[in-house]
Design a protein around this ligand. Structure first.
Ligand code: CA
Length: 283
């Protein structure tokens, strides 16, 4: 018999992000919140619960918008994107005792999202911001820091960046609330636009795949959210289905060994679960 029991309930206010980190069999949870500072909790085996492990300096993080976890050369880092006017998007690194602020990346830009991307075997971060076009930073092996490497032109006011791969090609999605969200492809020198998706109150454009079928879910705060399916012949996404979710904030694909599910979390209404079904028309 299986069960799921509550182990941890954060008492924080306005939590914007929560990421679990596993290091040497120790489980940590980074909780970023708007008020009262952001904290890291650690699972204590002997107490069988999570206890506060360390605080994240409030001077650096005032309005966290996103947490991403990544590894470079088997070392563990996480980044918190800060969206306040005085915010400082910062990379933290594990040093066997705790996490310390490793590199502050981006001051005053009101960053909305961060994405860690491996481009041609090199580590990169893409940051989107309220007040400038998305920037690309590349990990420098000598200085062991992220250095500015490029930007994505003509893309103001991007809310989120996500990366995905189809076969051997690297793609990113850029979410914009109104106007066009974009799908871009890495062409070995830069990201080039392959598709614009008209957005009506989009907070999220999420790539996902089930058993070799690739999709994009484009959220809408005003109308139906749209699911697009990858057309391998045309190398483009085609509209596949519309779903109604009130104020969707995240779309998550979950597969068991037999079935594929799609979770749509709602900010205002019901969070919904869909199932992905393949119909074999050849029978
Ligand atoms: Ca992110």
């Amino acid at each position: 018999m299986a069960n799921i029991i509550p182990l941890f309930a954060s008492t924080g206010q306005s939590i914007v992000g929560c990421k679990a980190i596993l290091i040497d069999d120790q489980v940590f949870v980074v909780v970023a919140q708007l008020f009262g500072g952001s904290h890291i909790y650690k699972y204590e085996e002997s107490w069988t619960k999570f206890v506060k492990f360390q605080d994240i300096e409030v001077s650096r993080i005032s309005k966290p918008n996103d947490i991403e976890l990544f590894q470079i050369e088997s070392e563990t880092f996480f980044i918190i994107a800060d969206s306040s006017k005085a915010g400082l998007t910062t990379v933290y690194k594990w040093n066997n005792k705790g996490f310390y602020s490793y590199q502050s990346l981006h001051e005053w830009f009101r960053d909305t999202d961060a994405e860690f991307v491996d481009i041609d075997g090199k580590s990169h971060l893409i940051l989107s911001s309220r007040s400038q076009i998305p920037i690309i930073l590349q990990w420098n092996k000598n200085s062991r820091k992220f250095l500015p490497h490029g930007e994505i032109a003509n893309m103001e006011d991007v809310l989120a960046v996500k990366s995905f791969r189809i076969q051997d090609s690297l793609y990113i999605t850029l979410t914009r609330f109104i106007g066009d969200s974009r799908v871009m492809k890495w062409n070995s020198k830069q990201f080039v636009e392959i598709q614009a998706l008209p957005s009506r109150g989009a907070m999220i454009l999420q790539p996902f795949s089930f058993k070799g079928h690739h999709y994009l879910a484009l959220g809408s705060d005003y109308t139906f959210s749209q699911i697009f399916q990858w057309d391998a012949e045309k190398s483009l996404f085609q509209i596949f289905k519309e779903i109604y979710v009130q104020a969707p904030r995240s779309f998550t694909a979950v597969s068991t060994d037999r079935r594929d599910f799609f979770f749509a979390s709602s900010f205002k209404g019901h969070t919904q679960i869909f199932e992905h079904i393949l119909v074999d028309l050849s029978l």
